[in-house]
Design a protein around this ligand. Structure first.
Ligand SMILES: [Zn+2]
Length: 366
């Protein structure tokens, strides 16, 4: 049985660390391509451009097209001819596109996430979409990003809904990794989960339980506190390494499949993971019932989706839901990582059971 873990070279988190990008980029050479969207550019361009200029690094700026398409990654790679490093500033889609571009161009890669809503920054994966925004698969690259700069001033200034979505994504990490531990499934790392990945996933969950609600309140007030610092580390570094080398299960099988139900289109990835986790808790034979109650109660208090109404799918017919569950549990699904077979009917039952559970706990806490 082979074990493996994927890790980024260096992770840096703190106030104003975006301004460290120049020195890191200059360690690779004197020309950089920067991919960023409009909002990300507005948030960090002063720090990034002045830091690169001060380090003597010439910059080619590219405006992110808005979708992680292979064409967008190729555009980054083409622009990077003669450059020494690719830099991405933005959300998960922009980071994933630039990551693909850096790999195509065989260049090192620096990430500046401007929101803490997802696990893209530390990951060696790119999740691909077509021009219409439909997920068409993913590539697992041989290396992780070289440097990750998480500027907490920038994260705390971003919309709190994105911060909460990151909490939903990161909370699920341990529950999914634990399924993979039970089944000894091979993860993205190419081996079964290391004790290190499992410990990081558990630490992510524990930090979120301990500091998550305080951190949400603080980000709502646009301030950086010890709670925000702890939770940002959990949602970016710990969850990022934890999912990639710990493994995924039903929560992400559902989150990735929900786009097949157009009613869920307005939701962020981490929000879909939140309800996916509630469903996973309803399909897991070995989970402690008290932990199920505590987990769902936390999600309710964090304002994350726990029932059909929260997901916008209250009106979906039983037939449609069963067809969705059957597709989701099909060949190659992350549901296959569970230690027992999960059929479409099992998953349908878990979804309905999750709705009942979520509604009850929501009512109790109201
Ligand atoms: Zn995720």
């Amino acid at each position: 049985m082979k074990k493996a873990i994927l890790l980024p070279r260096k992770f840096i988190q703190g106030r104003g660390v975006a301004a460290e990008v120049g020195g890191l980029a200059a360690s690779f050479g004197t020309k950089a391509v920067v991919l960023w969207g409009q909002k990300a550019r507005a948030a960090v361009n002063e720090a990034v451009l002045s830091s690169l200029a001060a380090a003597g690094v010439e910059v080619v700026e590219l405006a992110f097209c808005g979708e992680t398409t292979k064409a967008e990654a190729q555009r980054v790679a083409d622009a990077a001819q003669g450059a020494a490093v690719v830099i991405a500033a933005g959300g998960g889609k922009c980071i994933d596109a630039a990551k693909g571009g850096a790999i195509f161009a065989k260049l090192p890669f620096i990430v500046l996430p401007t929101v803490a809503s997802n696990d893209a920054p530390t990951s060696a994966c790119t999740v691909w979409y077509d021009e219409a925004g439909v997920c068409i698969g993913f590539d697992l690259w041989p290396v992780n990003p070289d440097y990750i700069l998480v500027d907490t001033d920038v994260i705390a200034a971003a919309p709190v809904r994105l911060f909460k979505a990151g909490i939903g994504d990161a909370l699920a990490t341990w529950y999914e990794a634990d399924i993979n531990r039970q089944s000894r499934a091979v993860t993205c790392s190419g081996g079964v989960a290391t004790l290190t990945a499992l410990a990081l996933a558990k630490l992510s969950r524990d930090i979120i339980f301990e500091h998550g609600l305080k951190a949400i309140a603080d980000v709502e007030a646009n301030v950086v506190t010890p709670a925000v610092n702890a939770v940002v580390e959990a949602t970016t570094l710990l969850s990022g390494v934890g999912w990639e080398s710990g493994g995924l299960a039903t929560a992400h099988a559902l989150a990735n499949a929900f786009p097949a139900l157009p009613e869920t289109h307005g939701l962020f990835h981490g929000e879909k993971v939140s309800f996916g986790l509630v469903a996973q808790l309803c399909i897991d034979d070995d989970i402690d019932p008290d932990l199920v109650e505590d987990t769902v109660a936390f999600l309710v208090q964090a304002g994350l989706p726990v029932c059909f109404a929260d997901m916008g799918i209250e009106g979906v017919s039983a037939d449609r839901l069963l067809a969705f569950a059957t597709d989701t549990a099909g060949e190659g699904s992350f549901t296959g990582n569970h230690p027992r077979e999960i059929t479409g009917r099992d998953l349908y039952d878990a979804l309905v059971s999750a709705d009942v559970l979520g509604k009850r706990i929501k009512a109790e806490l109201a």
